[in-house]
Ligand binder design. Structure first.
Ligand SMILES: Cc1cc2nc3c(=O)[nH]c(=O)nc-3n(C[C@H](O)[C@H](O)[C@H](O)COP(=O)(O)OP(=O)(O)OC[C@H]3O[C@@H](n4cnc5c(N)ncnc54)[C@H](O)[C@@H]3O)c2cc1C
Length: 409
């Protein structure tokens, strides 16, 4: 069996490891050049589903590096009022493989997670990498013999038994497999920034243990805050700025209240806007925001996709943000991508062991994934909905006869 994965992001690289460990032939195609990482300077929280997927799919050496480089921050999500009085300390638990597991987050820099995921897949100077860099997927075609032809923008082609779109929220694989299923605006945006710990240490210690904190407000705008540990051995020159622990903050704003030209605002203008809107918050939050590194401040319009629709399973499938686009609220996206990778890997392994066929295995993965993907989308919309913006996601369609649209030859 041969599997082609489009995208060497969180889900795609985890899946590649899982399949390789089981002796399945894998090729990954990534549009970016090696070592080019978007959003390098932010931390990420890995929940028990993400941890379980990494443990099961990654080689032991990569898993050990993950344990060394991440910090266990407990399972608490804390909520504060505007005066920084604690309102709630929420600890969840999850049912994983029939066992109830307490929520326990591990915080890691995105740069380090990216490196750990690529360790063993891509080596500088090795021509026959598992990952082919700078290859932009264009389209696919399911052929009469059941194989999938995959075309790239540079005019080259590959053939595979299974094609996995792990190409993120603007997935081109999805656009072909599920035409019309697109992200919609939630009418809420985040202004995001980061502040070195030295400028944020007046915050209560309880906010600086790495856990996610949310400051809720009766007035406009709530705020998310978490401390992230910096990577210890950064070598890539463009990201050397990330040398000390920092606090990441994100302030929510209703789009209808934003200036019409906000998309062309400079970082300075965005920070001033966030400071002006957050005057009702505790002064220590205000001081933390006002000392942000200017280059780190940017606007993130929150978009989401409706819960994954039903479609006829085939040998082309999707994982991660390609199949459900959650808002960054509650840190769901990367964990969901890892969980999908683990589940799809398990399903494909049954075929490699001679049980069932590929379409049945992919159908099983898609059925199970849809169950938790719908919850992921709804949970990620909690904060935008609290901002009382009148938005709704389109109804989930049933995409039948997709074979016609995929153009089986
Ligand atoms: C500020 C911020 C903070 C976040 N914090 C968290 C957090 O704490 N916890 C959490 O769980 N999630 C978090 N997320 C969300 C998380 O980063 C994403 O959900 C996650 O990266 C999705 O993984 P993925 O594998 O689906 O896609 P990605 O990781 O986006 O990977 C997709 C890959 O596909 C490649 N690609 C795209 N198109 C093509 C093409 N045509 N051809 C070839 N390659 C292509 C891209 O270059 C990319 O490398 C955060 C997001 C943001 C913006």
């Amino acid at each position: 069996m041969k599997v082609i994965i489009i995208g060497a992001g969180v889900g795609g690289s985890c899946l590649a490891h899982g399949l390789l460990r089981s002796g399945i032939e894998v090729k990954v195609f990534e549009r970016n050049a090696r070592d080019l990482l978007e959003l390098p300077g932010y931390g990420i929280h890995i929940n028990p589903f993400g941890q379980q997927a990494l443990y099961e799919c990654l080689p032991k050496a990569n898993w050990r590096t993950f344990l060394q480089k991440s910090v266990r921050v407990g399972g608490q999500n804390r909520f504060f009022d505007e005066k920084l009085r604690i309102l709630a300390d929420v600890r969840g638990s999850h049912l994983i493989d029939g066992k109830l597991i307490d929520e326990s987050l591990m915080s890691i820099s995105r740069v380090e997670l990216h490196r750990i995921l690529l360790q063993g897949l891509s080596h500088v100077g090795v021509p026959a990498d598992i990952v082919s860099w700078g290859k932009v997927f264009d389209r696919y075609e399911v052929r009469a013999d059941g194989k999938v032809g995959v075309s790239f923008q540079d005019g080259t082609q590959e053939t595979t038994d299974v094609l996995v779109g792990a190409d993120g929220s603007d997935s081109l694989v999805r656009k072909q497999l599920l035409p019309g299923v697109e992200k919609v605006s939630t009418k809420v945006s985040l202004i995001v920034g980061r502040t070195h710990l030295g400028w944020a240490d007046s915050l209560p210690g309880i906010m600086l243990d790495g856990s996610p904190n949310t400051v809720v407000s009766r007035a406009t705008g709530s705020m998310f805050l978490a401390l992230s540990r910096a990577p210890v051995d950064i070598k890539v020159p463009s990201i050397e700025v990330e040398v000390a622990p920092f606090v990441v903050w994100a302030y929510t704003v209703a789009d209808g209240t934003l200036p019409p030209d906000v998309e062309v605002y400079s970082s300075r203008q965005l920070l001033d806007l966030a400071l002006e809107r957050s005057q009702h918050l505790h002064g220590r939050l205000w001081v933390t925001m006002s000392n942000s590194e200017l280059e780190s401040v940017f606007l993130v319009p929150l978009k989401a996709m409706p819960e994954p629709p039903l479609w006829d399973s085939s040998v082309v499938t999707l994982i991660g943000n390609a199949v459900r686009n959650t808002t960054p609220v509650f840190g769901i996206g990367a964990n969901a991508a890892l969980r999908d990778a683990q589940l799809l890997c398990r399903s494909l392994l049954t075929v490699a062991k001679g049980r069932g066929n590929l379409t049945q295995a992919i159908s099983k993965y898609e059925r199970e994934m849809r169950l938790y993907a719908s919850e992921d989308v709804m949970q990620s919309l909690l904060i935008p909905k609290k901002r009382r913006q009148p938005f709704s996601l389109p109804a989930t369609p049933f995409l039948h006869s997709v074979h016609d649209r995929r153009g089986i030859s």
